[in-house]
Design a protein around this ligand. Structure first.
Ligand SMILES: Cc1ncc(COP(=O)(O)O)c(C=O)c1O
Length: 393
């Protein structure tokens, strides 16, 4: 990120209370494997209304642990969105599985029941897992996609890294928490520096399945079992390594930051919703700018990103030029994401036509979105953007 950027597209917010809790954790006897991790996990369960949470050291680790616990291996396949951060798919490659993509709705950037079923029907692959991504804090059609997962005998996993604190509204008008896994076997979260809440680096899995929880806890460490009061374990130092583990554990220090940040999650979402409303007011009606479909519907979006869609052809400016001009004004922007099938590592999928993903990729741009943005900042960002666009048309 350039130094002259005054408004980055995202920014972590660390408050005095966070610093105090982190300092306290450094003064305690345990820097690892102590009470703070347990407390963080308990608080996550309460906040997301789920039976089990397992905190780990990244969102990528959370996804890898879920896939491992579901038994994903060589010969299996997953179906996911190409419009996501690499980790969603890469974690499946780590298990030796094949990755296939379902196209997205060009107006939302997210997979739909139709695009998913098309792939499940057509491919002769052994699909074990469908992983959906709640892009930017907007939510996929969980209800219908979960029906498809049942129909085709797949596990449904939610990559909810962009959507902690969100509530999904079903067709009966009932809300359920993202992370409660009402429709899925497990959800993954990232608590990276620029997510809604941060542990600096960290993440977690949520699930209501106790068998999966047990498997994840084993793989989170080193697959070690220690049993006191068992004649095979008489020697006090003795333990058994029953399977491969990955040491994906988080520290007490990172969890102290997580505990403190989680307290502010709902307040921060409220603030993000306010910011989004101001953006909407400022940008509505500007030629060739639209918002992804459903961005403002039912108040369900938790606004990890503030994404707009631009018709660059009609504006007469390409995205690189616009980003450079905004950068010159101190405004950071980003593109979420380069579709994964364009990446060399996923080249085998390149031959398929994913016109929805390409269309969304061509148009999207994320503007600054973080809790400390003030009304005057947003007005300034929008004024600069309007000026550049109107001058170019
Ligand atoms: C959708 C999505 N999934 C997974 C991840 C991976 O999380 P982490 O960076 O904590 O490993 C990210 C992080 O950016 C993400 O945006």
């Amino acid at each position: 990120m350039s130094n002259k950027i005054k408004f980055p597209y995202s920014r972590p917010i660390v408050e005095e209370q966070d610093i105090k809790l982190v300092s306290n954790s450094l003064r305690s006897q345990f820097l690892t494997g102590g009470k703070i991790i347990k407390k963080f996990e308990k608080n996550i369960c309460k906040e997301f209304n789920v039976k089990n949470s397992i905190v780990c050291n990244s969102g990528t680790a959370a996804l890898h642990l879920i896939y491992l616990a579901l038994g994903l291996k060589k010969g299996d396949s997953i179906l996911t969105s190409p419009v996501t951060f690499a980790a969603t798919a890469n974690a499946a490659l780590m298990c030796g599985a094949k990755v296939f993509f379902a196209d997205v709705d060009p107006l939302t950037g997210m997979v739909t029941p139709e695009t998913i079923e098309k792939q499940l029907k057509n491919k002769k692959s052994n699909f074990k897992v469908i992983t959906i991504v709640h892009l930017g804090g907007r939510l996929c059609n969980l209800e219908e996609i979960s029906k498809l997962a049942k129909k085709y005998n797949c596990y449904l996993v939610e990559d909810a890294c962009h959507a902690p604190g969100a509530k999904y509204l079903n067709s009966l008008g009932r809300f359920s928490n993202i992370g409660s896994c009402k429709y899925s076997i497990a959800s993954s979260f990232s608590f990276h520096a620029i997510k809604h809440i941060t542990m600096a680096e960290g993440g977690c899995v949520t699930t209501n399945n106790s068998k999966i929880t047990k498997m994840i806890r084993s793989k989170l460490s080193h697959g070690i079992i220690r049993q006191v009061n068992n004649k095979n374990f008489l020697d006090p130092w003795y333990y058994k390594i029953k399977e491969l583990g990955y040491n994906y554990r988080a520290s007490e220090i990172n969890c102290a930051l997580g505990v403190s940040q989680l307290k502010r999650l709902s307040a921060s979402i409220k603030q993000r919703k306010k910011i989004a409303k101001i953006y909407k007011k400022e940008l509505e009606g500007i030629p060739y700018i639209t918002f992804p479909k459903y961005s403002f519907d039912n108040n369900c979006n938790v606004w990890h990103l503030f994404t707009i869609l631009l018709d660059f052809k009609k504006i007469g400016l390409n995205r690189r030029e616009l980003m450079k001009k905004l950068e010159f004004e101190g405004i950071g922007t980003q593109v979420h994401y380069i579709p994964l099938f364009l990446q060399p590592i996923y080249q085998s999928s390149k031959t398929e036509k994913f016109s929805g993903a390409l269309e969304y990729y061509k148009k999207n741009l994320s503007l600054p979105m973080y809790v400390s943005l003030e009304k005057k900042d947003i007005e300034l960002i929008c004024t600069k953007l309007k000026k550049i666009i109107l001058k170019s048309i």
